[in-house]
Design a protein around this ligand. Sequence first.
Ligand code: DGP
Length: 119
Amino acid sequence: MSDCIFCKIANHEIESDYVYEDDQVTAFRDMNPLAPVHVLVVPKRHYANLVDGVPAETLAALVHGVDEVAKATGVDKTGFRVIANTGDDAGQTVHHLHLHVLGGRKLTDEGPEGAGHAE
Ligand code: DGP
C-alpha cells in the first residue's frame, strides 16, 4: 500500500533500526519502546492484521522472524512476549500486520506492555 508506513519501512523506502530481514519479513525496533527489547516483525507484503487472509506460509515466516529476533537480541535466553494488536479494541494504530516482540526485563500482566502499545 503506497501510504502505509510499515510497507515503506519493510521495503526500505524509509530506513529504520533493522534487527532481522529475509525475503518475506522485516524486523525493526519500535520507535516508542516499552521494554529494553521492543521489535516489530512485519510481512513485506501488506495485510491489515493477523486475520486478513494471511497465508500459512507468511505466518510461518513471521514466527521464524520472531525466532531470529529473539536470538539476535538475546531474549531467547531470558523469555519474551509476542503481541499482535488486532483492531480498534486492541488499540491497533498501524494497520499493517505486525508482531511486537517484547523482552529484556520482567514483563507484567498490567501496564502498557500487556497490550503491546502505550495508552
Ligand atoms: P500497534 O498498532 O498499537 O500494535 O503499535 C504500532 C507500533 O508501531 C507502536 O508501538 C509505535 C510503532 N510505530 C509506529 N510508527 C512507527 C515508525 O514509523 N517507525 C517505528 N520504528 N515504529 C513505529
